[in-house]
Write a protein that binds this ligand. Structure first.
Ligand code: AMP
Length: 113
Protein backbone atom coordinates (compact mmCIF):
# COMPACT_ATOMS: atom_id res chain seq x y z
CA UNK A 1 0.00 0.00 0.00
CA UNK A 2 1.43 3.34 -1.09
CA UNK A 3 2.20 5.81 1.69
CA UNK A 4 1.80 3.24 4.47
CA UNK A 5 4.80 3.47 6.77
CA UNK A 6 4.41 -0.13 7.97
CA UNK A 7 4.20 -1.44 4.37
CA UNK A 8 7.45 0.45 3.72
CA UNK A 9 9.05 -1.10 6.81
CA UNK A 10 7.87 -4.58 5.68
CA UNK A 11 9.32 -3.90 2.21
CA UNK A 12 12.64 -2.84 3.78
CA UNK A 13 12.32 0.70 2.38
CA UNK A 14 12.38 2.18 5.89
CA UNK A 15 14.68 0.69 8.55
CA UNK A 16 13.32 -0.91 11.69
CA UNK A 17 14.68 -2.58 14.77
CA UNK A 18 13.43 -6.09 13.97
CA UNK A 19 12.83 -8.66 16.67
CA UNK A 20 11.08 -11.35 14.57
CA UNK A 21 10.12 -11.97 10.97
CA UNK A 22 8.55 -14.75 8.95
CA UNK A 23 6.46 -14.89 5.76
CA UNK A 24 3.31 -13.76 7.60
CA UNK A 25 4.43 -11.05 10.02
CA UNK A 26 7.11 -8.63 11.11
CA UNK A 27 7.78 -7.60 14.71
CA UNK A 28 9.90 -4.54 15.45
CA UNK A 29 10.56 -2.13 18.30
CA UNK A 30 8.30 0.91 18.51
CA UNK A 31 10.14 4.12 17.66
CA UNK A 32 8.45 5.92 20.58
CA UNK A 33 8.31 3.29 23.32
CA UNK A 34 5.56 3.57 25.92
CA UNK A 35 7.07 0.90 28.18
CA UNK A 36 10.54 -0.55 28.80
CA UNK A 37 9.74 -3.11 26.11
CA UNK A 38 7.44 -1.95 23.31
CA UNK A 39 7.21 -4.02 20.15
CA UNK A 40 4.75 -3.92 17.26
CA UNK A 41 3.61 -7.11 15.55
CA UNK A 42 2.42 -6.35 12.03
CA UNK A 43 0.78 -8.76 9.58
CA UNK A 44 2.32 -8.56 6.10
CA UNK A 45 -0.92 -7.55 4.45
CA UNK A 46 -2.31 -4.05 4.42
CA UNK A 47 -5.62 -3.39 6.16
CA UNK A 48 -6.40 -0.73 8.73
CA UNK A 49 -8.79 -2.28 11.21
CA UNK A 50 -10.49 -5.54 12.15
CA UNK A 51 -13.64 -4.18 10.46
CA UNK A 52 -11.79 -4.15 7.11
CA UNK A 53 -10.15 -7.55 7.55
CA UNK A 54 -10.73 -10.30 4.98
CA UNK A 55 -10.91 -14.00 5.79
CA UNK A 56 -7.32 -14.51 4.54
CA UNK A 57 -6.11 -11.56 6.62
CA UNK A 58 -7.83 -12.96 9.71
CA UNK A 59 -5.69 -16.06 9.27
CA UNK A 60 -2.58 -13.82 9.40
CA UNK A 61 -3.83 -12.21 12.60
CA UNK A 62 -4.43 -15.67 14.07
CA UNK A 63 -0.83 -16.56 13.21
CA UNK A 64 0.40 -13.35 14.85
CA UNK A 65 -1.50 -14.16 18.04
CA UNK A 66 -0.17 -17.72 18.08
CA UNK A 67 3.41 -16.42 17.65
CA UNK A 68 3.23 -13.63 20.25
CA UNK A 69 4.06 -15.81 23.29
CA UNK A 70 7.32 -16.91 21.64
CA UNK A 71 8.13 -13.32 20.62
CA UNK A 72 7.39 -12.17 24.18
CA UNK A 73 9.57 -14.93 25.61
CA UNK A 74 12.42 -13.86 23.30
CA UNK A 75 12.03 -10.33 24.68
CA UNK A 76 12.35 -11.60 28.26
CA UNK A 77 8.73 -10.91 29.20
CA UNK A 78 8.41 -13.93 31.47
CA UNK A 79 6.34 -11.99 34.01
CA UNK A 80 3.69 -10.96 31.51
CA UNK A 81 2.88 -8.24 29.03
CA UNK A 82 0.01 -6.21 27.66
CA UNK A 83 -1.38 -6.35 24.12
CA UNK A 84 -3.12 -3.34 22.58
CA UNK A 85 -4.76 -3.15 19.14
CA UNK A 86 -5.99 0.39 18.51
CA UNK A 87 -8.98 0.63 16.18
CA UNK A 88 -9.68 4.01 14.61
CA UNK A 89 -9.72 7.63 15.65
CA UNK A 90 -11.14 7.45 19.17
CA UNK A 91 -8.57 4.79 20.05
CA UNK A 92 -5.79 7.09 18.82
CA UNK A 93 -4.77 4.83 15.94
CA UNK A 94 -2.12 6.76 14.02
CA UNK A 95 -0.84 4.11 11.60
CA UNK A 96 -3.63 2.65 9.50
CA UNK A 97 -2.13 -0.79 9.03
CA UNK A 98 -3.32 -3.22 11.68
CA UNK A 99 -0.72 -3.86 14.36
CA UNK A 100 -0.55 -5.39 17.81
CA UNK A 101 1.40 -3.55 20.48
CA UNK A 102 3.33 -5.70 22.95
CA UNK A 103 4.10 -3.69 26.08
CA UNK A 104 6.06 -4.97 29.06
CA UNK A 105 9.36 -5.19 30.85
CA UNK A 106 7.79 -3.43 33.82
CA UNK A 107 4.66 -3.65 35.94
CA UNK A 108 2.00 -2.09 33.70
CA UNK A 109 -0.31 -1.21 36.59
CA UNK A 110 -4.07 -1.34 36.39
CA UNK A 111 -4.79 1.98 34.67
CA UNK A 112 -6.49 1.51 31.31
CA UNK A 113 -6.93 -2.19 31.96
P1 AMP B 1 -1.10 3.34 16.91
O1 AMP B 1 -1.25 4.63 17.68
O2 AMP B 1 -1.77 2.17 17.55
O3 AMP B 1 -1.50 3.53 15.46
O4 AMP B 1 0.43 2.99 16.95
C1 AMP B 1 1.35 3.32 15.97
C2 AMP B 1 2.71 3.15 16.57
O5 AMP B 1 3.67 3.11 15.53
C3 AMP B 1 3.12 4.26 17.52
O6 AMP B 1 3.37 3.70 18.81
C4 AMP B 1 4.39 4.83 16.89
O7 AMP B 1 5.35 5.20 17.83
C5 AMP B 1 4.86 3.68 16.02
N1 AMP B 1 5.66 4.03 14.88
C6 AMP B 1 5.40 4.98 13.94
N2 AMP B 1 6.39 5.02 13.03
C7 AMP B 1 7.28 4.06 13.39
C8 AMP B 1 8.53 3.61 12.82
N3 AMP B 1 9.06 4.13 11.73
N4 AMP B 1 9.18 2.61 13.48
C9 AMP B 1 8.68 2.07 14.60
N5 AMP B 1 7.51 2.44 15.16
C10 AMP B 1 6.83 3.43 14.56
Amino acid sequence: MENCIFCKIIAGEIPSNKVYEDEDMLAFRDINPQAKVHVLVVPKSHFATLAEMSEAQSELVRKCLVKIPAIAASLGLADGYRLIVNQGKDAGQTVHHLHIHILGGQNMGEKML
